[in-house]
Every structure is written in C-alpha cells, then in structure tokens.
Design a protein around this ligand. Structure first.
Ligand code: ASP
Ligand code: MG
Length: 423
C-alpha cells in the first residue's frame, strides 16, 4: 500500500486535474490511498463564508458560497460527461449541508461553524476527482473520511482519536473492498467528532491526514505531490538561489516544519517516523524528477536551511513583585498554554521576566494575556517575524541580519533564531 497526497495547487485547474490523473495512472496496478486537499484557494474562500455568516451577514455568506458552488459545478462539467449528473447530485448533498447551516443564526462558537463550512472544500474536490478517474477508467472508491478519522471537538485544531480511527482503517481494508478496487480516494484535513460534527486538523493539515493513513496502514511509503521540485533549503519565492535537498532525515524536517517551513505540515513527521515510513516529496508537474526523500537515515553536510515565520507576537511577562520566574509561575504559565491549546515558538527566560514568541492569532493572544496578567505584568509586541537558520555560518548570519532590527536571539552551534520587527 502506498499513500499519495495531492495539495490544492494540484487540483487547481482542469489541466492540473488531468495531470493528476496521468500521475495516478502510472501507479494503476498498485494499492493506493489518495488524499486530496480542497481546490486552489477554496479553503480561504470558505473561511470568508464562515466569517460573513458569523458576523451576521447571511446574504453575503450565501452569495460567497454560491460562487464556490458554481466553480465546482463548472469544473465537474468540464471534466465529466457520463458521470456529470451523478457527480452533481453528490456535490449537491454537501451544498445542501452547508446552506442549511448558513440559513440558521449562529448560536455556538465561531470555530464550530468554521469547521462545518470549511470542511466542505475537501468533500467537493475529492468527489470530482473520484468521478473523473472512474470515468477515465481508473477504478476507485470515494470515501467520506469523516467516517474514519475520529477527533475530539477542539474545532480548527482537532486531535485524532487514534484507537477509534485505527479500528475504522482496519475495517476499511479488511471487510469492505472487493479485490478489484485498489484505489481509495478521500479527504485530507477533516475529521468528525463522535456526534458527527465535522472538524478540521489545522490549516494545511492534509499532509497529516495522509501520514495518519500511512501509519495505520503500515504503508510502504507516502508521497506528497507538490508544485515545487522537492524540499528546498529556503523559500524560492524569497530566495531565488534556493537549492533542492534530495535527501533529508525526519529529524531535520520536523525541525524545519516546526519553525515554519511551508513544505510539510509539522504534524506529518511523527506518524511516519514512528513506523519508519519514508516520505517522498515530488513534483506533480514533472513526475520524472526525483524530488526529496525523507527517512530515518541521517544526512550530513546540509546547506544552511533558512525559515521565516511571519505574523509573530512577542509576549513580555514580568514578575509583579520581583519574585523569580521559577518553576511555579512557569508551570502556571504552561497550564494556561495547555488550556488554550497554544504552543510558544520560542521562550527566553530571565530572573524576573520571560518572553514568549507565539503565532499572532489575535483572540488566543488576548486570552493568554488576560490569564497571564493574574501572575505577571504583560506586554505584547506585534508585527514580528521569527527567522530560523539551521546549519548556519557566520557570513550568512551577518548577511541575513545587517538590515534588521533584531529584538531577540537564541543560538546553538546548529541553529540560530532571531525575532525581528517586520518593516
Ligand atoms: N485545504 C486545507 C488548507 O488549505 C488543507 C490543506 O490544504 O492541506 O489549509
Ligand atoms: Mg493546501
């Protein structure tokens, strides 16, 4: 069994969906589980629908949703002849599900509605691709991943119930498939609670879904198909001379992803590493390129790896009465972070003060600041970036910092991290 994941960019246009078909047809005789994201920028567009709805602009929300609906129907129309009606009917179930909800008034928390609306994107994209492959003679079965991936109700960043999900994955492979069906197509990024409410696993979470399947299926390997050549040592949009890294270790990639490299969702590595399943990152625009292989093998002599995480906030916490910031206030602070399901990207402690660098999700920052103000004086600084360079050299470090207003620096022989003001 192999697990493939196709991102939003790979199902963005008719041509690209055809290209996905070409790639999949190369693996026609293998057992495949294929995870697909929402098309192009659909998730962003659905976020806007959820926002309008929650702000009380029902008409606007429905209008925005209609645009998304028509885009998908048009795509299906271009791709399908025989199966168009069946596909449209299938899509209609999801449209109706969303429209029902949008006609109501919001009574629950925003994150709940966000997940009910945003999860539709993957259901639509996978349905279209599945019908299209079947119509093209590539027999596959579409699966609603919400019947498989069980999560808690921590909406927008739901946690997987591994035991329940493992049982469902087992059933999927043991009982139900006639031996002629070698290919399953399902959604990334989404799951469901035990009350059948949709959940999402965090933006860009489809890589993670694929890794969950790979882990539970003891897959031979997982491939993430992207619009780039493989994993680069920096974002080629910001650094034109970025280079491809043909081989990487799990250790390297989990650090890169954690510090904000956009290549792979940070949660993806653990399920693969735990079972020793190699991760291939390949380019769907040219499947003959070898891409990057990530495995447990340790790789020496890597080039400097540069990662910039934008939209950071730095929270300055100061002891209120000159007592040390020791184990007690620290454990209090971690309890607060736990309650808010938030993790700091960097922490620096002093005798009577400490600083936490966090993703600037405003409502979380405000909640944390409010809680922390029970034991600390709190100040928050925004519009910051976190730069991480692994395997740095002094020349590069100088070059990267000479035009920046650096606020905080942490450095080990292997990694340097800097927080600086965005200009
Ligand atoms: N469609 C979701 C997103 O854009 C999940 C994913 O692409 O992995 O965040
Ligand atoms: Mg995506």
């Amino acid at each position: 069994m192999k697990v493939f994941k196709f991102g939003g960019a790979s199902v963005n246009t008719i041509d690209r969906i055809e290209q996905v078909k070409n790639i999949i047809s190369l693996y026609k005789n293998e057992k495949l589980v294929i995870i697909i994201s929402a098309m192009g920028k659909t998730t962003n567009a659905l976020e806007k629908v959820a926002e309008s709805f929650y702000a009380g602009n029902k008409e606007e929300a429905l209008q925005l949703f209609t645009i998304i609906k028509n885009q998908h129907l048009t795509t299906a129309k271009y791709l399908l002849v025989t199966y168009y009606n069946a596909c449209a009917e299938h899509l209609n179930n999801f449209f109706t599900e969303a429209e029902w909800l949008l006609h109501d008034k919001p009574v629950r928390e925003y994150d709940y509605y966000y997940d009910q609306v945003v999860s539709i994107g993957e259901l639509l994209s996978t349905s279209i691709v599945s019908f299209y492959l079947n119509e093209s003679g590539i027999t596959n079965k579409w699966i609603d991943v919400r019947d498989i991936i069980r999560t808690d109700n921590n909406f927008r960043d739901a946690n997987i119930d591994w035991n329940y999900t493992a049982k469902k994955v087992d059933e999927l492979t043991v009982n139900s498939q006639p031996s002629t069906i070698n290919m399953l197509i399902t959604q990334g990024f989404i799951g469901s609670t035990d009350e059948n409410e949709s959940t999402t696993l965090g933006r860009e979470g489809s890589d993670y879904t694929a890794a969950v399947f790979a882990n539970l299926l003891n897959a031979e390997n997982q491939t993430i198909w992207k619009d780039v050549e493989g994993v680069m040592n920096a974002d080629p949009k910001q650094f034109p001379d970025a280079q491809l890294m043909p081989e990487l270790s799990f250790d390297e990639v989990i650090e890169m992803a954690y510090y904000g490299a956009q290549v792979i969702h940070p949660k993806t590595i653990k399920p693969l590493q735990n079972k020793g399943i190699a991760l291939h990152v390949k380019c769907f625009l040219d499947a003959s390129l070898s891409g990057t292989i990530i495995s447990k093998k340790s790789i020496k002599n890597l080039p400097p790896v540069i990662i910039i995480k934008q939209k950071q906030a730095l929270m300055h916490l100061h002891s209120q009465d000159f007592s040390f910031v020791g184990e007690k206030p620290m454990s209090e602070l971690y309890k607060m972070l736990g309650e808010l399901n938030t993790k700091p990207n960097l922490i620096q402690t002093g005798a009577i003060s400490l600083q936490l660098c966090l993703d600037d999700r405003s409502e979380k920052i405000e909640q944390l600041a409010a809680l922390a103000s029970n034991i600390f004086d709190v100040q928050v600084e925004k519009d910051l970036s976190l730069l991480t360079i692994r395997h740095y050299n002094n020349e590069l470090l100088l070059k990267m910092t000479n035009d920046k207003q650096v606020i905080l620096r942490q450095q080990t022989p292997e990694t340097v991290q800097l927080i600086y003001k965005e200009v």
